[in-house]
Design a protein around this ligand. Structure first.
Ligand SMILES: NC(=O)c1ccc[n+]([C@@H]2O[C@H](COP(=O)([O-])OP(=O)(O)OC[C@H]3O[C@@H](n4cnc5c(N)ncnc54)[C@H](O)[C@@H]3O)[C@@H](O)[C@H]2O)c1
Length: 390
């Protein structure tokens, strides 16, 4: 299959694991250029990873060579970068969230549709071994019909924003920045949400604590709700309680549990690729489900500081295969738009006190099972990549 000629735009923190994986793990990608507003950052990546070209964002847009752009800029910059690339006729894969407002996301989806271009959206952790194994457990009826669920994540997001300064802007609140992994996993497992009822509380006004780093800076307040507590009614009938609390401490209490008519499925951490799933039946011991799929996040033959991000890039690679095969990609624009609509519905319901009804739809085929071999320390791609090909 002809490789998809690709450029990465945004050479910050997450680009390390993306570029490493795009260069070494996914044979469908030909990474030919990198770009960043800060050219020195792009030059450093090009040097480290032997990438042929460093380009400005405009040069990426106008290059006839480049077919697909992987957008790794901060959330607030997504709209401008995606729009420019779609208008220039490029397929775009973007890190989460697609944009920071639903109206912008709807506009970009319509643009991609008009131009006949792919627009893929993270989180792609839903294509990891953890969530795909959970999906297989549900699809094969292991817990019967899902009746309800709980999803919880907590952090001190204002404190984290002292280090990751982009979190101080729109899209930086815990629900948007991290809660989206839980929403993405729930959507992959249960399908679209119909309605949302929520309560919320704002983030605190944050006085800098890391004074060596932020001395003299004015206090800031992350926009949007710091805490959101919501009830989600899914189209499949399941009722799921969601709690995202960014106003507490960095002692994450990850919970993602689905209750069914025959059993209970505890889903592994959806912010990783290899969260372990366990199954509970009445009067039996809880048991661990072995992974039925590849991409379990273990990619440590030649570790870099960002290896714990595992298989990031798998969504872009799956989209590249979809482009060549002329079929829809799994983490497609409708999925990205629905993720954002759920988050925005939670915010809307919290501020109006009304139940928010959703109008976007999506569907996501599961990946076919694939085994990622650890033979030779994982250097052999084995057959996991085949699972991205249909
Ligand atoms: N850092 C993480 O832990 C993490 C994890 C998962 C996903 N993400 C997502 O990845 C994306 C990037 O995150 P990051 O942590 O790498 O951010 P970062 O701030 O470290 O890097 C972003 C880079 O984008 C560049 N940039 C900003 N605006 C640009 C523009 N208009 N054109 C070209 N370059 C531009 C910046 O110069 C910077 O080098 C975000 O969407 C984030 O939500 C980050």
């Amino acid at each position: 299959m002809e490789k998809v000629r690709t450029a990465v735009v945004g050479c910050g923190m997450i680009s390390n694991i993306y570029i490493k994986n795009l260069k070494s793990l996914f044979s469908i990608i030909d990474l030919i250029a990198v770009s960043d507003l800060d050219r020195a950052k792009a030059e450093e990546k090009a040097g480290t990873w032997n990438i042929r070209r460093v380009m400005t964002v405009d040069e990426v847009a106008s290059s006839p060579e480049i077919e697909m752009v992987i957008n790794l800029t901060p959330a607030f910059a997504h709209y401008g970068v995606i729009k420019k690339m779609l208008e220039a006729g490029k397929h775009v894969w973007t890190e989460k969230v697609m944009t920071v407002t639903l109206d912008e996301a709807r506009e970009l989806c319509a643009l991609a549709d008009r131009k006949g271009l792919y627009l893929g959206v993270a989180p792609d952790t839903v294509l990891g071994a953890g969530v795909q194994t959970a999906r297989r457990a549900l699809d094969t009826g292991m817990i019967g019909e899902v009746t309800s669920g709980i999803a919880v994540i907590n952090r001190d997001q204002s404190l984290n924003a002292e280090v990751f300064t982009f979190l101080r802007g729109k899209g930086g609140s815990l629900p948007y920045d991290v809660g989206i992994y839980y929403i993405g996993a729930l959507l992959c497992l249960l399908g679209p949400v119909r309605s949302v009822k929520a309560f919320g509380a704002p983030a605190p006004v944050h006085e800098p604590r890391f004074l060596f780093r932020n001395a003299g800076e004015a206090p800031w307040q992350i926009p949007g709700s710091g805490v959101l507590s919501a009830s989600l009614r899914f189209g499949c009938g399941a009722l799921v309680s969601v709690l995202f609390d960014g106003n507490t401490v960095n002692a994450s209490q990850h919970i993602l549990t689905l209750f069914g008519t025959r059993g209970v499925l505890r889903v592994g951490d959806p912010d990783t690729f290899g969260g372990q799933n366990t199954l509970l039946y009445a009067d039996q011991k809880e048991c661990v489900l072995p992974f039925t799929h590849g991409y379990d996040g273990k990619n440590t033959l030649d570790p870099t500081p960002f290896d714990y991000y595992g298989h990031r890039g798998v969504g872009a690679a799956e989209m590249a295969y979809a482009i060549r095969q002329g079929r829809p990609n799994r983490c497609g624009r409708e999925y990205g738009l629905h993720c954002l609509e759920v988050l925005e519905a939670m915010e809307r319901s919290a501020s109006t006190g009304e139940t928010a009804e959703l109008d976007t739809q999506f569907s996501m085929k599961p990946l076919s099972p694939g085994y990622y071999s650890s033979f030779m320390g994982g250097s052999d791609r084995a057959d996991a990549e085949f699972s991205l090909m249909d």
